[in-house]
Design a protein around this ligand. Structure first.
Ligand SMILES: Cc1ncc(COP(=O)(O)O)c(C=O)c1O
Length: 241
């Protein structure tokens, strides 16, 4: 399984190299682009799927970063027969005249009954349009880029991973504080105090042992003022500790 946009830090696996190995050894290759997959609607991020022709299945979640209410995952598979061989059940009452002529999605997974999730995604695509979606996604990425710039300019904060999309992983690192434990404790306090204000909600992860604050800029109508306010609040909380 190759991940385009890992949960913790949005790291991007080298798909092409993984695909070469999996096809050499005839291994099923699934591509998990749950979060980052949305960026593939932008030409400038198509490099992420170099090698995709060798993948067997691919998933991305419009419920994460494509403004579609939970839940909605888009799953693409090269050989649907592999799913059918695994999941199809054929009791008398499920035999229909159209068997084999239409996609019976009940044969592609565990559930028989399912909601019509594609409909809400269709509405999202129809209401924003491809251009509208592209503008939103580009806008989020550029806000994240702005935040990254602010962090890099500030001598009391540092980025903990390179930023590729709209997730910014960073920490407070005031001059003179070098101990990992102390930095982790300070950043954990910042996270809780910032979230307790009820004004923003940021999350965290640990990267190579370092407690990282995570700000993701992907809410449908998020704008520059929201990100500026969040950044100001984080700075105020950090310097008050
Ligand atoms: C890379 C990745 N894959 C899969 C998932 C699972 O998402 P869901 O359970 O919403 O389909 C997540 C959620 O954070 C994720 O980041």
């Amino acid at each position: 399984m190759a991940t385009l946009g890992t949960t913790g830090s949005t790291a991007i696996d080298p798909l092409k190299r993984i695909a070469e190995i999996s096809s050499k050894y005839n291994i099923w290759l699934h591509v998990d682009a749950a979060f980052a997959g949305t960026a593939l609607i932008l030409d400038e991020f198509k490099w992420m799927i170099e090698g995709i022709e060798k993948a067997d299945s691919f998933v991305f979640n419009p419920h994460k970063w494509m403004f579609t209410n939970f839940d909605c995952s888009a799953y693409f598979i090269k050989d649907k027969q592999a799913l059918i061989n695994t999941f199809a059940i054929n009791p008398e009452y499920l035999r229909t005249e159209t068997q084999g002529q239409v996609n019976d999605y009940r044969d592609w997974g565990i559930q028989l009954g399912r909601r019509f999730r594609a409909l809400k995604l269709w509405f999202v695509i129809r209401s924003f349009g491809v251009k509208g979606l592209q503008e939103k996604i580009r806008g989020h990425i550029s806000l994240a880029q702005w935040l990254e710039g602010e962090i890099n300019k500030n001598t009391s904060f540092e980025m903990l991973t390179p930023r590729t999309l709209n997730l910014v992983c960073f920490r407070y690192k005031p001059l003179g504080v070098e101990s990992l434990d102390e930095l982790n404790t300070i950043n954990e306090r910042i996270l809780h105090e910032v979230n307790q204000t009820g004004k923003v909600f940021i999350t965290h992860t640990k990267l190579n042992g370092s407690y990282s604050l995570r700000m993701v800029i992907g809410q449908t109508n998020v704008g520059k003022t929201h990100v500026e306010k969040a950044w100001k609040l984080i700075g105020e909380v950090a310097s008050s500790l």
